[in-house]
Design a protein around this ligand. Structure first.
Ligand code: SF4
Length: 340
C-alpha cells in the first residue's frame, strides 16, 4: 500500500482547493493512503475531507524558517514510510520537510530555488495566468504538462449530524432553529469587507420577511468589531465571532439554511458544505477564487478598477463593495432560500 503526504497551504481557502487533487489521486490509486502536514488552524478542514487519513498539525508559520521545528517534523515523518509528497505551497521552506524526511518522490511547482528538494517539478504559471486554484493543485496528480480531466470534483467536506446537534446545543441553539449565517470578516483587509452597516440593513430586511430565522455572525476574533457593529444596528443578530473554533464554525455553517459571506475562508467552507450562500466580492477576483458550489450566488460589480487585488481601496471610495446595496443581496438570498 503506497502512502502520500500532502504539505498543506496555510490558508483555509487554499487548503479547501486541495481536495480535487486528493480526489484525483484516489481515483487513480484507490488504495493510496493520504495524510497531511498542515498548520493547526487549517487542519480541521483537511480532517473532514473523505480522502484524508491522518492530519499532523503544526505550528509552522508563514514567513518563518523555524529550522529546528522542521527538522523535528522530518524525523517524525521519516518513520512513517511515505512514498511520495505533494508540496502545495510554493516556498523553499515547505519543501524542506519531505526532503529532510527522505521521501523518495517529491512533487510540486517550481519556486524559490527549491529544485534539489523536488524531483518532480511542474512549471509554475504566473499568478495572473493560473487556472482556478483547485485545478492548479490538481495538476500535481499528473505528469508535468498533462491536462487535468475536464470535470474536476468540487471541494466537499464531511459532516456528522450528531456532532452538529451537539455543537448547536453547546451554543444554546435549539433544534429546528432556522439559521442564517453572516461571515462579515476578511483577514486580507477592508477591500474585501462588505460594510457592516450593509450587513445590518440586510439583517433588518431578513427579520421582516423571515421573523422565525435566527441570524448569527461567524468569524475570527479579529472580525468581532465588524460583528459588533452589525449587532449595534441589528441587536437580534447573535455575535459568535471569536467564540467558535473552526470545527464549530463548520458545524454551524452546515446547520445554516443560508449564508452571506465575504471572500474569506468561511466562504469556501460554506461552498464545500454546499450551503446556499451569497458571496460578496470587492477587490478580489471571483474568476480566480470562486466559491465552488452550484448553491452559491456571486455578487461582483465588475467596476473598471476591479479586481485591483488590494488590501485597501487605492481610490478611497470602495465602491466595489459599498455599491452592492443590501437590497441586491436580499433579492439573491431570497431566491436561494426559495429554491426547491
Ligand atoms: S480600486 Fe476599485 S476594486 Fe479596488 S478596492 Fe477600490 S473600488 Fe474596489
Amino acid at each position: 500500500m503506497k502512502k502520500a503526504l500532502v504539505i498543506a497551504p496555510d490558508r483555509i481557502s487554499d487548503a479547501l482547493m486541495a481536495q480535487p487533487l486528493l480526489a484525483l489521486l484516489k481515483a487513480r490509486h484507490p488504495r493510496l493512503v493520504i495524510d497531511a502536514l498542515a498548520p493547526k488552524w487549517v487542519g480541521p478542514v483537511l480532517a473532514r475531507m473523505p480522502e484524508m487519513g491522518r492530519v499532523f498539525p503544526s505550528d509552522l508559520t508563514h514567513g518563518k524558517l523555524q529550522l529546528s521545528a522542521r527538522f523535528m517534523f522530518a524525523q517524525q515523518l521519516k518513520n512513517e514510510g511515505y512514498d511520495m509528497a505533494y508540496v502545495l505551497p510554493d516556498t523553499l521552506k515547505s519543501a524542506l520537510i519531505p526532503w529532510l524526511a527522505g521521501i523518495p518522490l517529491r512533487v510540486g511547482y517550481r519556486g524559490e530555488s527549491r529544485f534539489g528538494m523536488l524531483n518532480v517539478s511542474h512549471a509554475n504559471p504566473p499568478r495572473n495566468g493560473r487556472p482556478v486554484m483547485a485545478e492548479h493543485y490538481a495538476r500535481l496528480a499528473l505528469r508535468p504538462g498533462a491536462k487535468p480531466p475536464a470535470e474536476l470534483s468540487e471541494p466537499r467536506l464531511r459532516t456528522d449530524p450528531t456532532r452538529i446537534a451537539a455543537t448547536a446545543e453547546r451554543f444554546g441553539i435549539p433544534p429546528q432553529t432556522r439559521l442564517i449565517a453572516f461571515c462579515p470578516g476578511a483577514g486580507f483587509g477592508p477591500a474585501r469587507r462588505w460594510p457592516a452597516a450593509h450587513f445590518a440593513k440586510l439583517a433588518q430586511m431578513l427579520r421582516r420577511s423571515y421573523p422565525y430565522a435566527q441570524m448569527i455572525t461567524l468569524g475570527a476574533a479579529a472580525d468581532a468589531d465588524a460583528a459588533a457593529e452589525i449587532a449595534r444596528e441589528a441587536p437580534f443578530v447573535r455575535n459568535l465571532c471569536g467564540q467558535t473554533s473552526l470545527d464549530d464554525a463548520i458545524d454551524l455553517l452546515a446547520l445554516s439554511e443560508a449564508a452571506v459571506c465575504n471572500d474569506t475562508g468561511l466562504m469556501h467552507v460554506a461552498a464545500a458544505l454546499n450551503r446556499p450562500q451569497v458571496a460578496v466580492f470587492g477587490s478580489s477576483d471571483p474568476r480566480q477564487t470562486p466559491p465552488l458550489s452550484q448553491a452559491a450566488s456571486i455578487m461582483w460589480l465588475q467596476l473598471e478598477c476591479s479586481p485591483c487585488l488590494k488590501h485597501e481601496c487605492p481610490l478611497g471610495h470602495l465602491r466595489c463593495l459599498k455599491d452592492i446595496e443590501p437590497e441586491m443581496v436580499f433579492v439573491e438570498l431570497r431566491k436561494l432560500l426559495h429554491r426547491p
